[in-house]
Ligand binder design. Structure first.
Ligand SMILES: NC(=O)c1ccc[n+]([C@@H]2O[C@H](COP(=O)([O-])OP(=O)(O)OC[C@H]3O[C@@H](n4cnc5c(N)ncnc54)[C@H](OP(=O)(O)O)[C@@H]3O)[C@@H](O)[C@H]2O)c1
Length: 182
């Protein structure tokens, strides 16, 4: 069965963005990540059939990559969770959604056509899928930095099961499952 996976980079102290919503600690730092590593983004994305992200994450993408408003940055159909009327890319499959993620999930799974669903973030959106019992796995790419504050990785309380941990360059790639069954 297709999995619903929250895959994200995080600081070692569990933040996915700093207090100014900045990812400069991730994108502006030279990390030597082996591209053929199974946890590398280039390999991870191949298994993803549909994406879902929150409004802040979407705005970060469109601000940092303005061409994404012409041609969406991802091949996969993407849903943006927002209550706002945000400008959407001219080309590419991007829809907005507002409401209970349990209503959205079947659409994501159908769009993914047997591949996995990537919950891009942020942390609370991943938490909404967790609350609904719809989050299967959490893949965290721990970046060698501490931020001391910011947007939390996954602001919920839930037991996790470690599936595996691997070194990827100077990152630690950890994979966890949430569901106790299956
Ligand atoms: N380190 C990484 O790899 C990584 C990955 C992803 C994100 N990030 C960063 O982490 C930060 C996360 O920001 P964030 O915590 O604000 O999270 P976010 O999930 O990106 O955005 C939150 C917003 O999404 C909308 N939303 C969420 N759930 C909704 C729902 N069920 N229905 C309708 N709208 C919903 C709301 O905006 P409205 O006001 O529009 O309704 C909410 O304020 C960003 O800076 C992002 O760039 C980092």
């Amino acid at each position: 069965m297709a999995r619903t996976v929250y895959y994200t980079a995080s600081s070692v102290d569990g933040f996915i963005a700093d207090e100014h919503n900045s990812l400069d600690w991730l994108v502006d730092t030279d990390h030597d990540l082996p591209q053929d590593h199974p946890d590398h983004y280039d390999n991870f994305i191949k298994d993803m059939g549909a994406l879902v992200m929150g409004a802040t994450t979407y705005l970060w993408v469109t601000e940092h990559e303005p061409s994404s408003l012409e041609q969406w940055s991802y091949e996969q159909p993407t849903w943006i969770c927002t209550h706002r009327d945000l400008p959407l890319p001219a080309q590419g499959h991007v829809e907005t959604f507002a409401g209970d993620v349990a209503e959205l999930h079947p659409r994501l799974v159908e769009a993914a056509q047997g591949k996995d669903v990537w919950v891009v973030g942020g942390g609370d959106l991943a938490g909404q899928f967790l609350d609904a019992g719809l989050l299967d796995e959490v893949h965290v790419q721990y970046t060698p930095v501490v931020l001391g504050g910011g947007a939390p990785l996954l602001p919920r309380r839930a037991p996790l099961r470690l599936l595996g941990v691997r070194q990827m360059g100077d990152f630690v790639a950890a994979r966890y499952s949430l569901r106790t069954t299956g």
